[in-house]
Design a protein around this ligand. Structure first.
Ligand code: COA
Length: 307
């Protein structure tokens, strides 16, 4: 794709897919399974553009964007896509926006991006503004997005404030190669937690396919010390929830986690607050931070629904 002087328009994603000849994702999914399908459909059709935007056309597992859209509750009725219609329709950028049932007032974003050849022409700003309007029209009052530090200026100039800094940490497991785990595990655990060391989102967990929801028991099976909920991310396992069910030190739980997962598997922990006593324990347990994101928030003004 090359830059050309032809203009572009920003459309709600459901409409954009129609224009791009990719079929229509439901604006208003009627059921939970409809909403999963609509999110996957959008992610499938934007995957090659995402590869160009983030420069990883070859390195991601097939289907990664569809899975991300499903997991993060991306709603094609809220999300926006910039399309140039001449000479043939092509997508130039997107703003993916999702919902989580447990936080109905907040819209969560799963990515804003513009093709490198089209940056600096206001498309990102227009996607952002259109997304905010859609969020407000849907009656939500907050928009949260994770952004790399180098994009802070862009978002601050558009009314976003820094909420917290979150990191992904990585370590390497050293358990047996046939480590047992439970699949299709629910977010709820067999025993009440004494301490919650890490918890992403029950909504995100419930939206993932059953075969990817793995639960590892930490410590002896008949007297567990804790539990970890993890999903495969390429070669790695991403830990979504890590709890102790006995009063033990965090370092004990971390070491049991590494012993519960097959040797050599990269173990990712997300989201870890930048400054917490937990990060000191991770530091001492051979984990290292591999990614930092600023979580930004903007309050949007609810607009009256269009007649
Ligand atoms: C962040 C991003 C979406 C912005 O999109 P965009 O279409 O370039 O946005 P705009 O043109 O509306 O504004 C870009 C800003 O950079 C400036 N700019 C000028 N030339 C530019 C260029 N060649 N490339 C990027 N930005 C440029 C613009 O003037 C504008 O400045 P301002 O913030 O002072 O107004 C885009 O750079 C991108 O896709 N980056 C990679 C993915 C990413 O980091 N996404 C955000 C986290 S999910």
């Amino acid at each position: 794709m090359s830059a050309n002087p032809v203009g572009s328009e920003v459309y709600p994603a459901a409409e954009a897919l129609n224009l791009l000849g990719c079929g229509r994702a439901d604006q208003q999914a009627q059921s939970f399974s409809d909403s999963l399908q609509a999110a996957a459909h959008l992610g499938t059709h934007l995957a090659s553009l995402a590869g160009e935007i983030f420069g990883h056309t070859q390195t991601r597992e097939p289907g990664w964007l569809a899975r991300k859209c499903v997991r993060e509750g991306v709603d094609p009725g809220l999300s926006q896509v910039a399309v140039s219609t001449s000479p043939t329709p092509q997508a130039l950028g997107y703003f993916l926006i999702g919902r989580r049932p447990t936080t109905p007032e907040t819209a969560w974003t799963a990515g804003l991006g513009v093709h490198p050849n089209w940056r600096g022409q206001g498309i990102g700003s227009r996607l952002l503004a259109a997304g905010e309007q859609a969020v407000a029209a849907a009656g939500m009052t907050k928009l949260v997005l994770p952004a790399p530090r180098e994009r802070l200026g862009f978002y601050r100039g558009r009314g976003f404030a820094r909420q917290r800094c979150i990191r992904t940490w990585m370590g390497f497991a050293h358990g047996p190669s046939d480590s047992p785990c439970v699949t299709s595990a629910p977010w709820e655990l067999p025993q009440a937690p004494v301490c919650e060391l890490l918890a992403w989102s029950a909504d995100v967990w419930r939206r993932m396919s059953a075969s990817r929801r793995l639960r590892y028991t930490l410590g002896p099976a008949n007297n567990p010390v804790g539990f970890a909920l993890c999903s495969p991310e390429g070669r790695a396992l991403l830990c979504h929830r890590l709890v102790a069910v006995q009063p033990v030190a965090a370092s004990v739980v971390i070491n049991l986690l590494l012993q519960a997962i097959p040797v050599g598997t990269p173990v990712l922990l997300y989201p870890v607050a930048q400054v917490s006593s937990f990060t000191e324990v991770l530091d001492d347990s051979c984990f290292a931070p591999i990614q930092t994101a600023e979580e930004l928030i903007k309050t949007v003004l609810v607009t009256a629904a269009q007649p």
